[in-house]
Design a binder for this molecule. Structure first.
Ligand code: ATP
Length: 228
């Protein structure tokens, strides 16, 4: 589903953000990506989204070799990937419903379909009652869940998250991770960058560990999953 083969990324200016990364995430797998600040987590996710291109090696998503695709193909690749950011990037002048509906509106779906899908996504994150609310009227955890609803509304087979629990308290973080696990159990391939080591350990999932741009460990999931 996602495969890195000898991938290196050097930014202009000479910074080697990633060096010879190799791993594969099969369809329906869930994993965490961890490492200290600057280890290369965001860069790795950005390569999958075609927001950056590998300097060396190959990134494959659903069997497609991204280095062989032109950047014009990027929007089509991104339609297959839900992305959750730490700061959730909600539009303040749009309601919760409209924020979640945005990717479907861009994709040109009919309003009746949009309505059905947006309500299903909001239901999944427990926010159906808040569809008419404005983002600023929501708590940080609720805003983050709106961001997740927006990422899953197009039913992408892959979900990526970059420090999704950055500003949340431990309880909310745990419930968010639980939600990722639920989505994963529905068949979605999930990769979450996080440095919340305590929580990651409790989840009992596979953990990829980056240090200074190298993949220094690949810890397999515990049998039967963790507690969380
Ligand atoms: N656009 C860029 N141009 C130049 N260097 C960059 C760029 N983006 C990231 N870097 C550098 O690449 C390295 C890896 O950064 P990256 O953001 O991928 O790490 P990270 O593990 O996500 O860090 P954090 O946890 O702080 O977000 C760092 O040294 C960073 O300064």
């Amino acid at each position: 589903m996602i495969r890195f083969e000898h991938v290196s990324k050097r930014y202009p200016g000479g910074i080697n953000a990633l060096t010879d990364i190799n791993f594969e995430l099969v369809q329906g797998e869930m994993a965490f990506l961890t490492g200290h600040s600057g280890a290369g987590k965001s860069t790795l996710l950005r390569l999958i989204l075609m927001l950056e291109q590998a300097t060396r090696g190959q990134v494959l998503v659903e069997g497609r070799n991204l280095s062989r695709l032109s950047m014009r193909t990027a929007p089509r690749i991104r339609q297959r990937i839900g992305m959750i950011f730490q700061d959730h990037k909600l539009l303040r002048d749009k309601t919760v419903f409209d924020n979640v509906a945005l990717p479907l509106m861009i994709a040109g779906l009919r309003y009746a379909d949009i309505r059905k899908r947006v309500r299903a996504a909001l239901d999944k994150v427990g926010l159906l009652q808040r569809e008419r609310a404005w983002p600023l009227a929501l708590s940080g955890g609720e805003q983050q869940r709106v961001g997740i609803a927006r990422a899953i509304v197009g039913m992408p087979p892959v979900l990526l998250a970059d420090e999704p629990t950055g500003n949340l308290d431990p309880e909310l973080s745990a419930s968010l991770f639980q939600l990722f696990r639920e989505l994963n159990s529905l068949g979605v391939t999930v990769l979450i960058a996080s440095h919340d080591l305590a929580l990651i350990r409790r989840m009992g999932q596979r953990v990829l560990v980056l240090s200074g741009g190298s993949l220094i460990d690949d810890i397999p999931a515990l049998e039967g999953g963790g507690a969380a």
